[in-house]
Design a protein. Structure first.
Length: 82
């Protein structure tokens, strides 16, 4: 199930920040921010928020395993169409 963007705005800021950080961590090959400074992290976070607003990224809640994660919309669509 996709969580509407408007619903994300009502989340506590720390919750949304945590989801974004988890998403960004998953995008790094080595799984750490050791090569990323605070400025790059802040920029990536803002880009992620903008992509969520535009609908390029979506938040998916899985009822099966009760998890929530940010995903690329195109990956969700491709999985549904398979």
């Amino acid at each position: 199930m996709l969580v509407p963007y408007e619903a994300l705005l009502s989340l506590p800021q720390e919750t949304l920040q945590g989801m974004i950080k988890e998403y960004l961590l998953s995008q790094l090959e080595d799984g750490s921010f050791s090569d990323v400074d605070e400025q790059q992290l802040a920029y990536a976070t803002e880009r992620c928020k903008l992509a969520l607003k535009k609908g390029e990224l979506v938040v998916e809640y899985s009822e099966d395993d009760e998890s929530i994660a940010i995903r690329q919309r195109e990956h969700i669509s491709a999985r549904v169409n398979d």
